[in-house]
Design a protein around this ligand. Structure first.
Ligand code: ATP
Ligand code: MG
Length: 400
């Protein structure tokens, strides 16, 4: 293989002003993390590009691993040469010789980051194109719709010749926008909410409420498996498993049935907020979608959200179920979410939960119980596991 580099374009990051350096550093770390198995790669960062020197390694595996990395707009295989016209001509010829098939058309598109370069882009396109035509057979020029678009990026330090762009995952590098805690059930919605938040550069940790013996080990395993799917986008994820049985039983015994769902959600949010603070995260995330179920009306949100002033991110709030399912299928979580094991809410779901609960009422019902002590115990007994990234065979192409 003649290409010795991968050239990575940042897209959205380039526009982020003073934060840019931080963003690019985070992206470089994230890329290095997914490529730890590939020894000998060299990384170089410039203002608006990141280069990976392949050092003789095959590009295919590396390209696959770059596809789910958020913050990459696109990337290309590249051949590096000195910023000297003769060298550019020679390298472009070598690159195209490796690529073309009989009767292919091509064009040369030069871009000068170095505006001081003596030849302008038209002159360079002409010089390089002519050199290719003279030294090859069965190639024609087509400036409108070429089979091969050979791009020549001229920079002060070096010139990179590229073709074949891969689409990147877009978004922002995970970790560049801080950290938040995702309330992860075993359902379809919350993993999708996690994926969308990761895409905006937010690192996540999971919080799962677990109610044995009402919910089984297999329900817990489902949550760990869902987490594993999401590690493809961020390396590793911490999962906090909170024992929730005592609180759910207490709610069932003390709070009127039609308010039990509201109360359950309030307790979840309170506990999640304590764990969030301990883990130094800035926000909570849920998979709620407006009007989907009784606990997801605006009135319910008023009554539930009252327990904390921490921002609660709800990436799915305006999405239809079908739109959510489509993403779940693409990111590989749907088939896990539809496994039949019950989660703690399904088991305790009242027959007719209030769709318009009143904050004063739920607060009064809860005031007869010392929930604070129970919340403290639940946090104390929370089990934390770390899920590491696994090789995946997702069809990232169709996703982005
Ligand atoms: P999901 O598909 O994510 O379960 P849902 O449409 O079933 O969502 P609910 O069951 O009402 O909706 O849950 C709303 C949100 O509350 C979930 O998206 C999730 O963020 C959180 N949640 C519900 N149950 C749990 C749980 N056992 N552990 C952690 N979070 C939960
Ligand atoms: Mg659910």
């Amino acid at each position: 293989m003649i290409f010795d580099h991968i050239l990575i374009r940042f897209g959205e990051i380039s526009t982020k002003g003073r934060n840019r350096i931080k963003f690019v550093e985070q992206l470089r770390r994230n890329i290095q993390n997914v490529l730890t198995d590939h020894e000998g790669l060299k990384y170089e960062v410039t203002r608006d590009r990141l280069y990976i020197h392949l050092n003789g390694q095959k590009h295919e595996d590396i390209a696959e691993k770059l596809k789910p990395v958020f913050g990459i707009q696109s990337f290309s295989l590249a051949l590096k040469c000195e910023s000297d016209v003769e060298q550019m001509k020679q390298a472009s010829l070598e690159a195209i010789r490796n690529l073309y098939k009989k009767n292919d058309s091509f064009k040369v598109s030069t871009r000068r980051a170095d505006k001081q370069f003596p030849l302008d882009t038209n002159e360079l396109n002409y010089e390089i194109g002519r050199h290719i035509l003279i030294n090859t057979e069965d190639l024609t020029v087509d400036v409108h719709n070429p089979v091969i678009n050979l791009r020549v990026e001229v920079r002060k330090e070096a010139t990179y010749i590229t073709c074949f762009d891969y689409k990147g995952a877009g978004g922002l590098p995970v970790g560049a926008s801080g950290k938040a805690m995702l309330l992860l059930s075993g359902g379809i919605d919350s993993p999708v909410a996690g994926f969308l938040t990761l895409k905006r550069g937010v690192a996540i940790e999971m919080i799962h409420f677990f109610s044995p013996p009402y919910t089984s080990e297999r329900a817990k395993q489902k949550v760990l498996d869902l987490t594993k799917e999401l590690t493809a986008y961020c390396g590793e994820i911490k999962v906090h498993i909170v024992p929730f049985t005592a609180i759910q039983e207490k709610i069932r015994a003390q709070v009127p049935e039609n308010y039990s769902m509201t109360s359950t959600r309030r307790m979840m949010l309170k506990i999640a907020d304590v764990i969030r603070e301990k883990q130094k995260a800035l926000a909570l995330i849920t998979g709620e979608s407006l009007g989907q179920v009784a606990s997801q009306t605006l009135e319910s949100m008023v009554a539930i959200n009252d327990v904390t002033s921490t921002p609660v991110l709800r990436p799915l709030i305006t999405m239809d179920k079908l739109e959510i399912i489509k993403i779940a299928e693409q990111i590989g979580t749907h088939s896990i979410s539809i496994r039949p094991y019950e989660d703690c809410c399904t088991i305790f779901t009242p027959a007719s939960p209030k769709t318009k609960p009143k904050l004063e009422k739920v607060s009064r019902f809860e005031s007869f119980v010392d929930f604070d002590e129970m919340i403290e115990a639940a946090v104390e007994n929370t089990e934390t596991v770390i899920i590491k990234m696994e090789e995946k065979s997702n069809d990232f192409e169709s996703l982005f």
